[in-house]
Design a protein around this ligand. Structure first.
Ligand code: 3PG
Ligand code: MG
Length: 407
């Protein structure tokens, strides 16, 4: 059973505490447009500062090619300061003399944010020397960036493996790991997964892993179309990945062999164009005209999906049902989200959701607060659901005696 060090036991007073956070947040007109990821890390930052640590924030931001002022973390650090309600200093580099000087000047309980780690090619190359330079800035390492933990980069992995720094998951990271454990390692059965989104091709591994874990797999979004074609349905000009029809059939056969239920749409909302308020109609699946496309699930499907949730104890959700960015094609996702939130609030369901689109859809449905756990991770959440141990999480594990004996 893998274990992590607990922040409860970390002795941070007077120590230089390197905290890897994910400040890769959406911006608009030079301002942070969505602070969710920052809100999540506030408790860790405040706790460390209150305990007298010198809190040094490390993060990437965007995908710059070298140093580029457009990708400076300075405005993001200002938003961190606003949310932690105390000053946050800034150093215009994450290694070298400026970073060192900023850290040397810190008093206990102060917070400094270092400039974008991706200004150095060594970050994404996972360069050992760069990782050592980062590690030399601290006495202890805390990773609170679950959403970046699928990247094997210098500031997420080698900073630990190439140094003697003790590594701890931060509070937000721990909450994510606990939620995944509750969903997958000892969940309350029956477990249902909803997998939606546009493409089967990006979710084949996910579907394969989920089949072994869940009693019911609900498939939504445009990716369901490929399954409908595999069932021989005529679905007009709906988005389909023709080359994956065989893979979809395989998944359905495997589900049957394993005794797992796959839930597919039985009706749909169709339109001739994908646009907000495009004229649309509700049809059963044998009534789709050649010039129509499926843009959402229909009322019978919604009812069926909700009945599956009502007999489930655990829900894992990744991906919307329809083209939720365009009203009224958000209806299926919103109605199912409301039902999931209500079951959760009533203590009948433990619900986990994650992924960029999924979180946007849950926000749209105003249900985020009523879900058990909503992950900040996009790729990281998906890879976790695929059954992978993320590189940034792996380095936080305390080596077990059996592992060291084998190595
Ligand atoms: C994300 O937003 O997905 C994480 O911050 C990782 O960023 P990346 O996809 O650019 O590696
Ligand atoms: Mg990403």
């Amino acid at each position: 059973m893998p274990t992590f060090r607990s922040l409860d036991d970390a002795d941070v007073k007077g120590k230089r505490v390197l905290v890897r956070v994910d400040l890769n947040v959406p911006m608009q007109d030079g301002k942070v447009a969505d602070s969710t990821r920052i809100e999540e890390i506030v408790p860790t930052i405040v706790e460390l500062a209150d305990k007298g640590g010198k809190v040094i924030l490390l993060s990437h931001f965007g995908r710059p090619k070298g140093r580029d002022p457009k990708y400076s973390l300075r405005p993001v650090a200002a938003e961190v300061a606003r949310l932690v309600k105390r000053p946050v200093g800034f150093a215009d580099d994450c290694v070298g003399p400026n970073a060192q000087a900023a850290i040397a000047a810190m008093k206990n309980g102060e917070i400094v944010c270092l400039e974008n780690t991706r200004f150095h090619p060594g970050e994404e190359k996972n360069d050992r020397e760069f990782a050592e330079q980062l590690a030399a800035l601290g006495d202890i390492f805390i990773n609170d960036a679950f959403s970046a933990a699928h990247r094997a980069h210098a500031s997420t992995t080698t900073i630990v493996t190439a140094s003697k720094l003790l590594a701890y998951p931060g509070r937000a990271m721990k909450a994510e790991l606990d939620a995944l454990e509750h969903a997958f390692e000892h969940p309350q059965h029956p477990v249902t997964a909803i997998v939606g989104g546009a493409k089967v091709s990006t979710k084949l591994e996910l579907l394969g892993n989920l089949l072994t874990k869940v009693e019911s797999l609900i498939i939504g979004g445009a990716m369901a179309n490929t399954f409908l074609v595999a069932q021989g349905k005529q679905i007009g000009k709906s988005l389909v990945e023709k080359e994956l029809v065989g893979a979809a059939a395989d998944i359905m056969n495997r589900a049957r062999a394993l005794g797992r239920e796959i839930v597919l749409p039985v009706d749909a909302v169709v339109a001739q164009t994908l646009a907000t308020n495009a004229p649309s109609r509700v049809v059963s699946l044998d009534q789709i005209a050649a010039d129509e496309m499926i843009l959402d699930i229909g009322p019978r499907t919604i009812e069926h999906v909700i009945s599956v949730l009502a007999r489930s104890k655990t829900l894992v959700w990744n991906g919307p049902f329809g083209a939720f960015e365009h009203e009224p094609f958000d209806n299926g996702t919103v109605e199912v989200a409301e039902a999931a939130a209500e079951l959760t609030a009533g203590g009948k369901l433990v619900s986990f959701a994650g992924g960029g689109d999924t979180v946007a859809a849950l926000n749209l449905a105003s249900v985020k607060e009523r879900m058990t756990h909503v992950s900040t991770g996009g790729g990281a959440f998906l890879e976790s659901l695929e059954g992978k141990t993320l590189p940034g999480v792996k380095v936080l594990l305390i080596p077990q005696p059996s592992q060291t004996a084998a190595g």
